[in-house]
Design a binder for this molecule. Structure first.
Ligand SMILES: Cc1cc2nc3c(=O)[nH]c(=O)nc-3n(C[C@H](O)[C@H](O)[C@H](O)COP(=O)(O)OP(=O)(O)OC[C@H]3O[C@@H](n4cnc5c(N)ncnc54)[C@H](O)[C@@H]3O)c2cc1C
Length: 310
């Protein structure tokens, strides 16, 4: 549906992943005019299947997003545009305006930011083509597929210890690869007691056919056979849009390495009409289930704001 006579949408949702489509569905079912602008780069597209999302376990991410979009567009007040929001401002009248990468402009009374995040990890040779397959940030999403095989953890410090001990749930052969980072004696003792091997040598890359992983290769030429690698990852905002609209960010959390848009439990940023959901606004480990839930709440909050002013 096109915007009304004033050129104002009820809501623009930035991002059409789990969080954005969930928010938009809630708004559309409340009969609000909602436009989803989506660049089509959902973070789990590299994975062969979505895991731990009950009712969809193993479904190809692209199929899931196509179904979500088609369910959304069955509602007459919903609209979808493939593109990127490049600029956004909060107007003096309290509304929001946006410029898209194709030059199109949009205005809206409310906004749900659901742009996902950048999953930052070390860029060693052999990682890019295996990301989301044999190399992953979350054992709950990928651990089952590599269970009972020798696995590595690329991390150091307390996070390396915690990640390695946790990965023992999927296999009894776990090696913490610190890539030259050093551990304390206490950390080495804790890992040894938990049945985790440690290799502190520098890594030159990873080897294996296609997206499969067969070995970590060290700079001294030696190889360690592994079939999967858990990688310590940092979550960072994909753009400055949230700040440009007046939202604030949390300090990067040391344990989770998350830098999130600050929201209350209902997805409100504290700026009237501005909501956020999904990975971009999470301060817990990211997941599809959490993104769907937070999108639903943020979309509902925007709908209530549109209907009541609260
Ligand atoms: C490799 C990998 C595998 C994963 N596997 C699983 C799994 O099996 N199970 C699970 O529960 N979780 C998994 N996750 C986590 C899960 O994918 C995320 O938590 C979830 O996708 C977050 O949803 P989101 O809607 O917040 O963000 P995203 O899915 O990242 O969607 C955000 C969308 O917004 C778009 N966008 C960004 N900026 C703009 C802009 N300025 N204008 C327009 N559009 C924009 C992006 O292109 C993207 O399409 C995985 C993550 C990764 C990285």
């Amino acid at each position: 549906m096109e915007p009304n006579d004033t050129g104002m949408r009820d809501c623009v949702v930035v991002g059409g992943g789990a969080a954005g489509t969930s928010a938009a569905l809630t708004l559309a079912r409340a009969r609000h005019e909602v436009l989803v602008v989506d660049a089509g780069q959902q973070s789990n597209l590299a994975a062969t299947g979505i895991r731990s999302l009950v009712g969809h376990d193993g479904q190809a991410p692209a199929d899931y997003y196509a179904a979500a979009r088609s369910e959304l567009l069955a509602y007459p007040s919903a609209d979808f545009h493939r593109g990127t929001v490049t600029q956004g401002v909060r107007e003096e009248d309290g509304g929001f305006s946006f410029v898209l990468d194709d030059g199109r402009s949009e205005r809206a009374r409310t906004v749900v930011l659901a742009p996902g995040v950048e999953y930052r990890h070390p860029e060693l040779p052999g990682m890019a083509e295996r990301w989301g397959r044999s190399m992953f940030h979350c054992p709950f999403c990928h651990g089952w597929e590599v269970r009972d095989q020798p696995l590595g953890v690329l991390a150091t410090g307390a996070e390396g210890v915690r990640g390695s001990l946790n990965l023992r749930a999927w296999t009894d052969r776990v090696t913490l690869l610190t890539n030259g980072g050093e551990l304390t004696d206490d950390q080495r003792d804790e890992l040894a007691a938990g049945g985790v091997d440690v290799d502190e040598r520098s890594i030159s890359g990873f080897d294996g056919p296609g997206a499969e992983l067969k070995a970590a290769v060290f700079t001294d030429g030696a190889e360690l056979p592994i079939a999967g690698l858990l990688v310590k990852t940092q979550l960072r905002q994909r753009s400055s849009l949230a700040g440009d609209l007046g939202a604030s960010l949390t300090e990067p959390d040391e344990r989770l390495s998350v830098e999130a848009i600050r929201v209350d439990p209902m997805g409100s940023t504290g700026i009237p009409g501005l909501y956020a959901a999904g990975d971009a606004a999470t301060s817990v480990p990211p997941s599809m289930a959490a993104a769907l839930a937070s999108g639903y709440l943020a979309g509902g909050s925007a709908a209530v704001h549109l209907a009541t002013g609260y």
